[in-house]
Design a protein around this ligand. Structure first.
Ligand SMILES: Cc1ncc(COP(=O)(O)O)c(C=O)c1O
Length: 345
C-alpha cells in the first residue's frame, strides 16, 4: 500500500487521452501552438479573468521562475519554514532569482499567520545593508495538508499589501485546496490578493505538467526571459499544455482532487479509531501521524510505503499522501494494518 506521495500515482485517463489526441499532429514549437493558446483560454475561464500561462515541467521550475520574475535579486521572500521552496528545492529560487533570499517563518500546521508576517517586518532594519522583504510565498494547500480559507488569505494579504509585497502561491496541490474549501479558483487567488500562482497538475493526475499562472503583475517579459535562460522553455511545450487541457476538461481536476481528499479523510478517521495521533488536521489529501520505531518497522514489514521525519522527541512523523488513484481498498488495508500493529507506546 503506497502512501509515499501523490507523485507515485500514475497518469489519469483524461490526461492520457489528451496527449494521444495531440500526438498525431504537427504544430508550432516553443509555445506558439494551439494547445497552449487553448490552455490560456481555459485557465482564463477557470480564473474568471484574463491570465498569462507558462507551462513548465516541474514545480521547482514554476516556483523559482515565478519568484525570479516578480522579485529583485536583492529581495527577500517570506515563506513558511516547511515551504517546498525553502526545504525541497536546493536553493533553486535563490539561484534562478539571482541571489533572492528566502525568509522562513514559523506557523502551526504549515500555515503562515498575519502575526508572524508582521513580526518578520519588526525584525528587519530597512537600511541599504539589509535584505528588504519584497515578496510573500504561501503554499495552497500547505505542506502539512492544511489549506488557507479565503478569510485566512485575505488576512495574510492585508499585511503583504501594507508592505507592498508581491504575493506568490505554490499550488502544487491547488486543486486539493479548491476541492476542500469549495471556494472558486478566483477567490483563492487574485480576488484575495495572490498575484502569481504555480499551478500543479502532476500530483493531481498529469504526467509532468505545471504552469505559472500570472494573475496580476505585468511580468510576462521577465518571466519569458528567465524561463529560457534557465532552460525551461520546452520546444514541444504543447504536450504539457495538452496534459492540462485533459486535466481541466469537464472538471476532471476537481473530481480527482475531491476523491484524493475523501480518501485522506477516510484514512485519518480510520487511523484515529486505531488509536493513532493525528499531528495536523486532515483538510486535503495528506495525513500525518506520530509513530515510534517499532510501529514504523511493523507498518513497513506489513507492506506500507511512506516517508517519515524525526519529531525530535524520539518519535517520527509519518506523512501519508492519497491521490486521484488511491482506492478505498488501499486505505482500508493500511487502517487494518495500523489496527493490527496497535498504537505506538
Ligand atoms: C508543495 C510543493 N511544491 C512544489 C512541488 C514540486 O516539486 P517538483 O520540482 O518535484 O515538481 C512539490 C512536490 O513535491 C510540493 O510538494
Amino acid at each position: 500500500v503506497r502512501f509515499a506521495s501523490d507523485n507515485t500515482s500514475g497518469v489519469c485517463p483524461e490526461v492520457l487521452r489528451a496527449i494521444a489526441a495531440e500526438a498525431g499532429r504537427d504544430d508550432a514549437a516553443y509555445g506558439d501552438d494551439r494547445a497552449t493558446a487553448r490552455l490560456t483560454e481555459a485557465l482564463s475561464t477557470v480564473f474568471e479573468r484574463e491570465v498569462s500561462v507558462f507551462p513548465v515541467a516541474t514545480g521547482t521550475a514554476a516556483n523559482s521562475l515565478a519568484l525570479a520574475a516578480t522579485n529583485p535579486p536583492w529581495g527577500g521572500v517570506l515563506c513558511h519554514r516547511s515551504a517546498h521552496i525553502a526545504v525541497d528545492e536546493l536553493a533553486a529560487p535563490t539561484v534562478i532569482g539571482g541571489g533572492l533570499t528566502l525568509m522562513p517563518v514559523d506557523g502551526e500546521h504549515g500555515r503562515l499567520t498575519p502575526d508572524a508576517l508582521t513580526a518578520a517586518f519588526a525584525r528587519i532594519d530597512h537600511g541599504v545593508h539589509t535584505v528588504p522583504i519584497t515578496g510573500l510565498s504561501l503554499t495552497q494547500s500547505t505542506e502539512a495538508g492544511t489549506r488557507y480559507r479565503v478569510e485566512d488569505l485575505r488576512a495574510l494579504v492585508d499585511v503583504a499589501r501594507a508592505h507592498d509585497l508581491v504575493v506568490h502561491a505554490d499550488g502544487a496541490r491547488f486543486a486539493n485546496a479548491v476541492a476542500a474549501t469549495g471556494a472558486s479558483p478566483a477567490e483563492l487567488t487574485w480576488n484575495s490578493g495572490v498575484h502569481i500562482l504555480s499551478l500543479g497538475a502532476t500530483k493531481g493526475g498529469a504526467m509532468a505538467a505545471e504552469a505559472v499562472v500570472v494573475l496580476e503583475p505585468d511580468v510576462v517579459d521577465a518571466f519569458e526571459r528567465h524561463r529560457k535562460r534557465h532552460g525551461h522553455l520546452l520546444s514541444k511545450q504543447r504536450f504539457v499544455s495538452a496534459q492540462f487541457l485533459g486535466w481541466l476538461a469537464d472538471d476532471a481536476w476537481l473530481r480527482h482532487a475531491d476523491h484524493a481528499n475523501a480518501m485522506a479523510d477516510r484514512l485519518g478517521r480510520g487511523l484515529v479509531e486505531a488509536g493513532l495521533e493525528l499531528l495536523h488536521p486532515v483538510e486535503t489529501n495528506m495525513v500525518f501521524v506520530a509513530l515510534d520505531d517499532p510501529t514504523e518497522a511493523a507498518w513497513r514489514d506489513g507492506g506500507a510505503s511512506f516517508y517519515t521525519l524525526p519529531l525530535g522527541d524520539g518519535r517520527r512523523e509519518a506523512r501519508l499522501v492519497t491521490s486521484w488513484s488511491t482506492t478505498t481498498g488501499q486505505v482500508d488495508a493500511l487502517v487494518d494494518l495500523a489496527a493490527r500493529c496497535g498504537p505506538p507506546a
